[in-house]
Design a protein. Structure first.
Length: 196
């Protein structure tokens, strides 16, 4: 159980930090915009990459500078555009209509979820490289990976569940603007870090 609990706490510490992916999940959770599908996609990729890292792929990814740079610049470009769209949205006179999904195009939403997940090098560093290398310290490294995976799944579903409950608060235009600005600043901060 030591490996499992250590994996859970380490995974939670890395995943819970507010970044581009969490801001995206939070926004769509508040909108109730296919939020459980988004949580499922994010959690599934986290589990997949955590287990890849535990299996030893982390050292391969860490040694490929070309792969990391390509992902960093591609991810930064996507995050700058997404942040700009969020900022423009903050200047529109709008509020959330409680209980209504703002985007019924599931395909476009899934593509955006995949982009904010797979174009983010921090996700690979956290799941594949960091958790993968830490797991090597444990005799049963797969239990460590299972603990980290549990933390990820719990976090994404708790995040969308909590944010959906907050949707009535976001029916006020000023609160919705604050969320849009917060998302824009978060996306741009992560993008700058990727470029640096």
């Amino acid at each position: 159980m030591t490996a499992y609990l250590s994996g859970f706490s380490t995974g939670a510490g890395l995943i819970i930090a507010i970044g581009a992916q969490n801001a995206f999940v939070l926004t769509n959770g508040v909108k109730k915009n296919h939020h459980f599908k988004i949580a499922l996609i994010c959690a599934a990729f986290d589990v997949f990459f955590i287990m890849l890292g535990v299996a030893g792929v982390g050292s391969l990814v860490a040694s490929n500078q070309y792969l990391l740079k390509t992902a960093a610049y591609g991810g930064a470009a996507f995050l700058f555009i997404y942040g700009f769209r969020s900022l423009m949205s903050a200047f529109k006179e709008q509020s959330l209509r409680t209980g209504e999904a703002s985007d019924t195009n599931v395909r476009r939403l899934i593509l955006a979820t995949l982009a904010v997940t797979l174009l983010n090098p921090h996700m690979y560093l956290d799941t594949v490289v960091l958790l993968g290398s830490i797991s090597a310290q444990y005799q049963d490294k797969y239990l460590f990976g299972l603990g980290a995976s549990t933390a990820s799944v719990m976090w994404f579903f708790l995040l969308v569940g909590f944010s959906a409950m907050m949707s009535k608060i976001f029916a006020r235009p000023i609160v919705w603007r604050m969320l849009d600005v917060f998302v824009a600043l978060t996306m741009w901060t992560v993008a700058v870090h990727l470029i640096i």
